[in-house]
Design a protein around this ligand. Structure first.
Ligand code: BDR
Ligand code: CA
Length: 317
């Protein structure tokens, strides 16, 4: 199995990525680290613990990372996506007030990641599905650890339009300097941007498959996706919401699920209207060397089979 650290901001779609990584035998989930993004890092960390607790994912350390972008930037402090993920960052099921049984690791995300990279026998794959602040902070603090990273498989950016400004996708816009550092790190990189994540929509048929599992976890997933569907309809007018983040782990499980092209990818840091955009030279007009594989076309049916099966497996444990 592929040794993986998930770095996330759950977040409805991040939550499903945790389930997929924990359930599938092709993935060895070593740790979950959290970052400010969809909500504050306090909330995203609590949400990661909640997801692990309800899904019976024990023994995977959960550690909190950065609470704001590397640099303040023109937008000031962290931005959140309350309009999409709600006040808790994971609205819908109602997790109640109590502390989830899965604990928070006493180390911060950087220390936990460092410990794992130094001790794991093989290089580890990083899977960031939130702003890239933690990954950039790690590379700044411990550049020598880059050699311990097998590759980075991330959700962020777009070959076309953004979703938070016309040009920029949320994860990249939250911390463009961090994203820039990661895209220039020289570490093998695979990105799944909006151009491909918008192809995997949680349709009513998907919801009925999850409901049909007949487990508490299946019902919880339906509540998550019902909330997510309502905000996506309200904010973007989508008939069904795109489940962005799990394309990362789905790709690790089945590399044939999404077609990829190698291309030069740059992150716009200035730009009057385009800060946070990923500028992707699909036509090779710049002559720059490719620094990433870019997800292009996804097999949505096989993607949903993986998701439904992960929820089934965890629900039956
Ligand atoms: C990304 O932003 C977040 O709201 C989602 O969790 C996903 O990682 C999509 O732009
Ligand atoms: Ca996310």
């Amino acid at each position: 199995p592929v040794p993986v650290i998930l770095d996330c901001d759950p977040g409805h779609d991040d939550a499903f990525n945790i389930l997929l990584a924990a359930a599938h035998p092709a993935v060895d989930l070593l740790a979950i680290t959290t970052v400010a993004g969809n909500q504050t890092v306090e909330k995203t960390t609590l949400n990661a613990r909640r997801v692990c607790s309800v899904a019976g994912i024990h023994g995977v350390p959960v550690a909190a990372g950065r609470d704001r972008p590397l640099h303040a930037g023109p937008y000031g402090g962290p931005r959140v996506a309350e309009n999409i993920h709600g006040d808790s960052g994971l609205d819908g099921p109602g997790f109640g007030e109590g502390e989830p049984p899965v604990p928070q690791d006493p180390r911060d995300a950087l220390a936990l990641t460092r410990d794992i990279l130094l001790t794991h026998p093989a290089p580890v794959t990083l899977v960031p599905t939130g702003p890239l602040t933690n990954v950039a902070a790690l590379l700044l603090a411990h550049p020598e650890l880059a050699a311990r990273i097998e590759r980075i498989v991330l959700m962020g950016g777009s070959t076309g339009r953004g979703n938070t400004t016309p040009a920029a996708e949320f994860n990249i816009l939250c911390d463009p300097e961090a994203a820039d550092l990661v895209f220039r790190s020289g570490i093998p990189l695979t990105m799944f941007g909006l151009n491909v994540t918008h192809q995997v929509r949680a349709t009513p048929e998907v919801l009925s498959r999850l409901a049909g599992l007949g487990t508490p976890l299946g019902r919880l997933c339906v509540k998550l996706l019902t909330f997510f569907a309502a905000t996506y309809r309200e904010v973007y007018g989508f008939d069904a919401p795109p489940l962005h983040d799990p394309l990362t782990v789905a790709h690790l499980i089945d590399p044939s699920l999404v077609s990829l092209v190698r291309a030069p990818v740059a992150v716009e840091l200035a730009g009057t209207y385009t800060r946070g955009a990923t500028v992707i030279d699909l036509d090779g007009v710049t002559g720059l060397p490719a620094n990433a594989e870019v997800g292009i076309e996804a097999d949505a049916d096989r993607f949903w089979d993986l998701i439904v099966d992960a929820v089934r497996v965890l629900g039956e444990r």
